[in-house]
Ligand binder design. Structure first.
Ligand code: SAM
Ligand code: SF4
Length: 353
């Protein structure tokens, strides 16, 4: 825990502070009234790429024995579902480097109360796994891709693999996935020239492109000047690809703001995490690969549940209490835009993006 941060930290919260009885059904609610139903699970901190904005080149991964098993993750989700979580996204690290990930998907699909399961992947191993994942019940898929240029792909990810990602994207269609999203991070002076080609590729192939503003959560030297802001992306796409207009069905609580091409060429989403943070409507909590609950990507504090999961009989009451306490202690926002911002010790791959 950092003593530097002025905001309230988890250790300050006693479970007796939390008004369990304030809600007619069990809810994970914080002091700003935000109800949390959306859980992101990092299934591993490992990755087959080394994206500069996400992790250091000489990254050291955890020993596999430290990671939660699929059974432990599913048990955790069962407890979280009892508290109102109905949406789960698997991420990492790279989730597809975890052997037989489709088995975890199948376990989660069967949990009462879980309505929606998604996966975020770099796509390198997708061609081999798309069929098994679809058969297991996965329907929502986000594939991260920041450039169609092999040289810049290598520069950004410190690895080769563009062809394999493109093969993966072709495979997801054959497997039956529809409404596949392609996530891109645009960094000024690095790959901002890739935004329009990516947009054209996604239009041509029926993928929904989503830009995420570059955030200070990697090992690299983040500077505000490098953020290619949402309004700049929109202006560029409107000028170089096709005119865009706000989508009529935008959900004001969703992190992405969606736009439609005026010529019917599809949909583009923008996640303006830096220029227009969505903290006020945030409904997310996270479970790291080694079993820590985090109430924000930028949280400085986390709480261990692995110990409760690894008891001869898992301690569900303690897990539920840890979840409630964590959510109740959530701060108002990530503070990226204020002098109070403190970067977490962990980089993105170790939290779960
Ligand atoms: N390995 C998978 C992938 O790349 O899709 C899942 C994990 S990755 C951490 C999840 C998402 O976080 C990716 O879309 C990635 O581009 C995004 N991401 C990583 N570092 C980021 C940063 N500094 N700013 C914005 N997005 C970032
Ligand atoms: Fe790996 Fe995803 Fe991080 Fe890139 S963004 S290094 S693919 S975890």
């Amino acid at each position: 825990m950092s003593a530097k941060h002025p905001l309230k930290l988890l250790g300050d919260v006693a479970s007796s502070d939390i008004p369990h009885s304030a809600f007619p059904i069990p809810h994970l609610v914080d002091t700003f009234g935000r109800v949390h139903n959306n859980l992101r699970i990092s299934v591993t901190d490992r990755c087959n790429l080394r994206c500069t904005y996400c992790m250091p080149e000489d990254v050291v991964f955890r020993d596999r024995s430290e990671l939660l098993t699929f059974e432990e993750m599913a048990h955790f989700v069962r407890v979280a579902a009892g508290l109102g979580v109905d949406k789960v996204r698997l991420t990492g690290g790279e989730p597809l480097v975890r052997k037989d990930l489709h088995k975890l998907v199948r376990m989660l699909v069967g949990i009462p109360g879980i309505k929606d399961i998604g996966l975020t992947t770099n796509g390198v191993l997708l061609a081999d796994q798309a069929g098994d994942l679809f058969a297991a019940g996965l329907r929502r898929l986000n594939v991260s891709l920041d450039t169609l240029d092999p040289g810049r792909f290598r520069e950004l990810t410190r690895r080769d693999g563009l062809d394999r990602v493109l093969d993966g994207l072709a495979a997801v269609k054959r497997a039956g996935f529809d409404r596949v999203k392609v996530n891109a991070v645009a960094i000024r002076g690095v790959n901002d020239q890739d935004a329009a080609p990516l947009a054209r590729y996604c239009r041509d192939h029926g993928f929904e492109l989503r830009f995420i503003e570059y955030m200070p959560i990697g090992a690299d030297a983040w500077e505000r000047e490098k953020v290619f802001f949402a309004h700049e992306i929109l202006e560029l796409l409107g000028r170089e690809v096709a005119p865009l207009a706000p989508a009529p069905d935008n959900d004001p609580r969703a992190p992405a703001t969606d736009f439609l091409y005026a010529d019917g060429g599809g949909r583009v989403g923008i996640i303006a995490s830096v220029s227009r943070p969505f903290c006020r409507s945030c409904n997310r909590l996270r479970l790291t690969a080694e079993g820590k609950v985090r109430n924000c990507l930028f949280a400085l504090d986390e709480t261990d549940v692995k110990d409760f999961l690894r008891r001869p009989t898992p301690d569900d009451a303690a897990i539920a209490d840890a979840l409630r306490r964590s959510v109740w202690a959530k701060w108002e926002g990530h503070e990226i835009n204020s002098a109070r911002f403190v970067k977490p010790d962990r980089t993105m791959h170790a939290i779960g993006g």
